[in-house]
Design a binder for this molecule. Sequence first.
Ligand code: UD1
Ligand code: CA
Length: 453
Amino acid sequence: MKTSAVILAAGYGTRMKSELPKVMHPLVGRPMIDWAVRAVEPVTQTPPVIVVGHGQALVRACLGERGVYAEQHELLGTGHAVLQALPYIADDVDAVIITYADMPLLTTATLSQLLDLYAAANPTTAIAMLTITRDDPQGFGRIARRADGTVAAIVEEADCTADQLLIRELNTGVYCFDAAWLRANLSAVPKSAKGEYYLTDLVAMAASQGRTIVTANAPLDDVYGVNNRVHLAEAEAVLRRRIVERHMLAGVTVIDPSSTYIEDAVEIGADTTIWPGCILRGATKIGKHCTIGPYSQIADSMVADHCRIIYSVIEQARMDEHAEIGPFGRLRRGAHLGERVHMGNFGEVKDAYLGPGAKMGHFSYIGNAEVGANVNIGAGTITCNYDGVHKSKTVIGDNAFIGSDTMLVAPVTIGREARIGAGAVVTRDVPPGATAFGVPARVKDKPSADDAA
Ligand code: UD1
Ligand code: CA
């Protein structure tokens, strides 16, 4: 069964009170419409037709070739919206799913059930639709059934009789249509008293033609519609909970799911513990047996097994096995901590590699640098990498000892096993094995021939 989808996204979203189109508001790091597209992608064989109007430039730029776009210039109702999409649906498509872009919680699993229901029904079925049963029916179309229980119509709230207003079986607005039947009948939908073309009128039309309409009850969460920023926060909470639960079921301990923000693409290994207040974003990959948090933010970074991150901010960086940082550490773009590197409080590393076993306990800045294995970086050490115009590099050899409060004025190289006295300002290279101190730093001992080799 070849299936396509139409996603309605032309509404104004006035109640968001925003310059940003409603469907572009982010939810756990992704625009709302992206979630709607993701839901249909696995169950369709062609890119969905997105019905766009208000704010369409941003929607097109965001989705690109993941969608095809049908413009709706005037908002003349859901029936009119789908009519604009029909020319973009190929002739060989058998079934058309219709959803809303402001329904970001709809899952592929629920859509699959709808498709299964449609496919399993008899050949006279024209429409399969998702309904909900809810105590508060306000704003929803009511499902009107005949005495024999079959669906007769969807009645919009404004058109309901007093009896129909009591119905609690409600239309979600998510359907699967027989494509041929939809093509043949959509343009016959009449204009309503409000001057709109209601997609929902198709249900009564199908019923009067003797076609079958089947319904499936959807989970309430799935069909939650976002109209304002209160709804936005509710939807965000559900999406976050779903993501966190996926990790917990895969072996990650999350101490406080409600205060943990994990974006969808983040990967976390088993037996890692996430303490409260953590924000894990983008293409971040965290290994096994790590301790993350409390209160740390990690974005687009690779953290290997057995790492510890406490009260720290890490962006576009990498930590090898058993590396640790914090409290109050910061790794910026291009920072790479080798195995068992210890980075203590108030350190910052940018565009630099710290070799295995290097220690940087307190108050240091290392930028544009290459630091060898087991180097000790004393408290308050700074690579002075920027002269106001250029960035320059600092190289520190294996096992070097950099005393507290050292300024390394780049470009500069400290040889392996060299020792720098506390408070030095190093403006010239220090040979391997040498000791240097003072302002500006001078070498005390000439290195032996062995050291220079
Ligand atoms: C619609 C249904 C109603 C259902 C409810 C569920 C109709 C006539 N009614 O009502 O039975 O219970 O959804 O939420 O379909 N849109 C367009 N172009 C338009 C009109 C709407 O793109 O011309 C989009 C909107 O951006 C929105 C969606 O379609 O995402 C739903 O439109 P809305 O006007 O909110 O429909 P409801 O009145 O809620
Ligand atoms: Ca609505």
